[in-house]
Design a protein around this ligand. Structure first.
Ligand SMILES: Nc1ncnc2c1ncn2[C@@H]1O[C@H](COP(=O)(O)OP(=O)(O)OP(=O)(O)O)[C@@H](O)[C@H]1O
Ligand code: SF4
Ligand SMILES: [Mg+2]
Length: 322
């Protein structure tokens, strides 16, 4: 039996948005169902605006005031965290679940040295705890540890700050690490070294959910991938399977737009992702889909199993679905 660290069930989340002086509710996540097996790197991929951060912020209970969770459960280590009081959830966030953000500067306090803020994880400032911090910084391959400990965040490069954040999740001993585009702000070589650190974290038994819009990262680093489009999970599979046998036209378009496809003409995905305020009937991808059929315009396909490990929501495969 599979050991899931996190299970998202029927999760629907949206925002109240003011239109012509009236608040109207729009969905950003629609009945999302996802299960994350322990000790793997799981990718969540899709274009900008498809709902990746809303999903991560729902797990972390960091949604803004105008949001509303309409339905769903988020089961972390057999407990529905949506039912926990904020006070109880704060013991989990930054402890059992930690975040590696897109911009590491946002989660480091500019007024404290790295040592002071890493020490905050512990209740006591002791030599033993300092040794634990140094050990974690060593694990993320920081060389000049004493200098880094004395530094303020603005004195470190982007890559170094990201290493410090990853070291913090090691000190906190988090089981689940949510990485929201952790390398977008970094150049390619630094980015690769940070992604390699995620592989090290997996070796240490951690589970990582890696948000990205870059499928080339997925093929090199992730065990599974879920493709999102406008708040729906449209395809999910082990990454090895998805790259060999992509099913959903959106996934195929994402893959065709990858710069790594040498010798093949790059294709841009037709059109643009719509804002959540545009309500689209039927399959939400239909205005952009090369394979659109009549049924797609008014009937929304649901995510169904294509085979034991691969699911897709698309009318093209409905004959295969039970
Ligand atoms: N506070 C908010 N109020 C209204 N709409 C919001 C709010 N936060 C997010 N949205 C909308 O929800 C949708 C999903 O946003 P989200 O930030 O999750 O996208 P994303 O997939 O993370 O994109 P990116 O790759 O650019 O980070 C977008 O249409 C966005 O405009
Ligand atoms: S359901 Fe139709 S419009 Fe949607 S992706 Fe499949 S073929 Fe394209
Ligand atoms: Mg985002």
């Amino acid at each position: 039996m599979k050991d899931y660290i996190l299970e998202i069930k029927n999760l629907s989340v949206g925002f109240n948005i003011e239109i012509n002086n009236f608040d109207k509710f729009f969905y950003a996540l629609n009945s999302v169902n996802l299960s994350f097996e322990r000790n793997k790197i799981h990718a969540l991929a899709g274009e900008s605006g498809c709902g990746k951060s809303v999903l991560i912020n729902t797990i972390l209970k960091l949604l803004p005031k105008n949001s509303l969770i309409k339905s769903g459960e988020i089961i972390f280590n057999n407990q529905d965290i949506l039912k926990l009081k904020d006070r109880d959830f704060r013991k989990i966030r930054g402890n059992k679940i930690s975040l590696i953000p897109q911009d590491p500067f946002m989660s480091l306090n500019p007024l404290y040295t790295i040592e002071n803020q890493m020490m905050e994880v512990f209740s006591k400032n002791t030599k033993e705890n300092l040794d634990k911090i140094k050990h974690a910084l060593n694990e993320v391959r920081i060389k000049n540890i004493d200098n880094v400990l004395k530094s303020y965040p603005h004195e470190l490069s982007g890559g170094m700050k990201q290493r410090v954040i990853i070291a913090m999740s090691l000190v906190q001993n988090s089981d689940l690490i949510l990485a929201d585009e952790p390398t977008t702000a970094l150049d390619v070589s630094v980015s690769n070294s940070i992604l390699n650190l995620l592989l090290d974290l997996k070796e240490k038994g951690k589970t990582i959910i890696l948000i990205t819009h870059d499928l080339s990262i997925v093929s090199n680093y992730c065990d599974t991938v879920s493709i999102m489009y406008l708040g729906d999970i449209v395809e999910k599979a082990p990454s090895s399977e998805l790259f060999v046998h992509p099913l959903h036209p959106y996934t195929r378009a994402l893959l065709n737009s990858l710069p790594s496809k040498r010798g093949k003409k790059l294709e841009n995905i037709k059109g643009q992702i719509s804002p959540i305020t545009d309500v689209i009937d039927g399959c939400k991808f239909h205005p952009r889909c090369e394979c659109v059929m009549e049924i797609c315009k008014n009937n929304k396909p649901i995510l169904k199993k294509y085979n034991d490990c691969h699911s897709v929501s698309c009318w093209l495969y409905d004959n295969f679905n039970s």
